[in-house]
Design a protein around this ligand. Sequence first.
Ligand code: 5GP
Ligand code: ZN
Length: 111
Amino acid sequence: MTECLFCKMVSGDIVPDVVFENEKVLAFRDINPQAPVHVLVIPRQHVETIDELDDSKLAGELLLGACSVARELGLSKGYRVAINCKAEGGQEVYHVHLHVLGGRQMTWPPG
Ligand code: 5GP
Ligand code: ZN
């Protein structure tokens, strides 16, 4: 049995608040939202970090998944897509995920 939190969401062992899904990716609301809309887009396949993401088609599916989330949740005024990679990037869950943040003005640079 997998110990990976996000793999458990893919398998259904943990049921997330899903907002978008297709054959390759799953998108669900973050448990600790940092904006009115904060959704995580993950590959169904376990990949630890973007450094291990060597499948360009899957990388594209993730990015298009983020855009689909933004469209479905009405973020027509704009939004941010972020990926944290490893310790200094602030990654806490080692299953690749794109953060889709919106519904408020974003600031730059991020902390
Ligand atoms: P990271 O820091 O790895 O880029 O982001 C991990 C994200 O996963 C965080 O924003 C955190 O709030 C979210 N998260 C952690 N545990 C859970 C959980 O059990 N359910 C959901 N929906 N999100 C989680
Ligand atoms: Zn995983």
